[in-house]
Design a protein around this ligand. Structure first.
Ligand code: RB5
Length: 151
């Protein structure tokens, strides 16, 4: 498993915490910034992470901003990305089992590092259930293709 990490200034500290967690878990990760708490724009960090995951260069992406909302909106614009904003452990499990999400976002101004670590562990370790959920994902992919002019 290879994980791409990114954050804006509002998520920088939590990104550093999650980077330590991934190291503890022996999961390979690459940090796409930002590098400090100086104000930046979240789409600039969502885009490279989402593109690398969509291209298959990384298995998963984790993006953090102040709320997690901007990052989730931006990441979901990249075709092939299924990104979920998660702030609880139930949703972390459910969004892997049901939505096969490949990008996770969280808000540093919303949750503490302890809960964020548990969410990441669950989200990385939970398998997609397939079956009826795959049919639903295929319908979501059809929406994406229709609006890209592919269908
Ligand atoms: C930055 O102030 C903040 O707007 C950003 O981190 C994020 O919460 C946007 O959705």
């Amino acid at each position: 498993m290879r994980v791409a990490l990114g954050a804006d200034h509002g998520g920088f500290r939590l990104k550093e915490e999650i980077k330590s967690l991934l190291e503890e878990m022996n999961i390979a990760c690459e940090d796409f910034g930002c590098d400090c708490e100086t104000s930046v724009d979240y789409p600039d960090y969502a885009l490279p992470v989402a593109e690398k995951v969509a291209a298959g260069e990384f298995d998963r992406g984790i993006l953090i901003c102040g709320t997690g909302i901007g990052m989730s909106i931006a990441a979901n614009k990249v075709p092939g990305i299924r990104c979920a904003l998660v702030h609880d452990m139930f949703s972390a499990k459910a969004t892997r089992e049901h939505n096969d999400t490949n990008v996770l976002t969280m808000g540093e101004r919303v949750i503490g590092p302890g809960l964020a670590r548990e969410i990441v562990k669950i989200w990385l370790e939970t398998e997609f259930q397939g079956g009826r959920h795959q049919r639903r994902i295929d319908k979501v992919t059809d929406i994406e293709a229709k609006h890209l002019g592919v269908k």
